[in-house]
Design a binder for this molecule. Sequence first.
Ligand SMILES: O=P(O)(O)O[C@H]1O[C@H](CO)[C@@H](O)[C@H]1O
Ligand SMILES: O=c1cc[nH]c(=O)[nH]1
Length: 242
Amino acid sequence: MTLTSTPHIDPQGVPIAETILLPGDPLRAQFIAETYLEDPRCFNRVRGMLGYTGTYRGRQVSVMGTGMGLPSIGLYSYELIHFFGVKNLIRVGSCGTVQPYIDTYDVVIAQGASHDSNYMEQFGLTGTYAPLSSFRLLSQAARLATERGITHHVGNVFSSDVFYNADTAHNTDWASMGILAIEMESAALFANAAYATGKLGHPVEALGIFTVSDNILRGVRTTPQERQTAFTEMVEIALDLE
Ligand SMILES: O=P(O)(O)O[C@H]1O[C@H](CO)[C@@H](O)[C@H]1O
Ligand SMILES: O=c1cc[nH]c(=O)[nH]1
């Protein structure tokens, strides 16, 4: 079902592309649109969750902030997929690494997203669902990162409901299971894509590409300005996915 507006997205006639980049930060979305897209047009300002559509190398592409946390990306990605016909959703996020061999500014590409969220309960599954990214997008992203000499790591990320966790063992417990980094959205995005693929009868594909903003073990952290405008390698990979 195509809608002209939803409670959270009001494009006012501006198209939304089948492929969309999804940073958590709406100002990172604005930066990406203004830096990389030709003729960017704003398609959403509702709640300040800025979204733009433009052209990148002759192809229509959109970019929109998702806010922070699984519920927030859950509702935006649902509306984009089910009401605006979006088919490829690529999160371009920041993350905190929990591995000693990963540095700030390294790129992490999520093969899967473990989580500590109630988000999956809605699907009524008996057992535990493992949210995975699209192998088609994942394999291209890994190849592009290799070709460009970008230090990158492919594997499992952890999508957490909690940024400031009272349980101080939480991060190290997940690190011991090989989790590369912690962020707060990908598991919901991947699950929504899988659910939509079954429901709509055509592929809806999702990927998460991250720049490491924090080394949680070492207490190293980048600035808000860097998170908004300096994490460009992941964006350039995302824009070149076909
Ligand atoms: O920089 P973004 O894309 O928002 O991603 C990360 O940063 C936020 C926390 O600071 C969370 O949304 C987390 O997933
Ligand atoms: O430590 C961090 C850094 C970015 N995003 C997170 O969710 N955690």
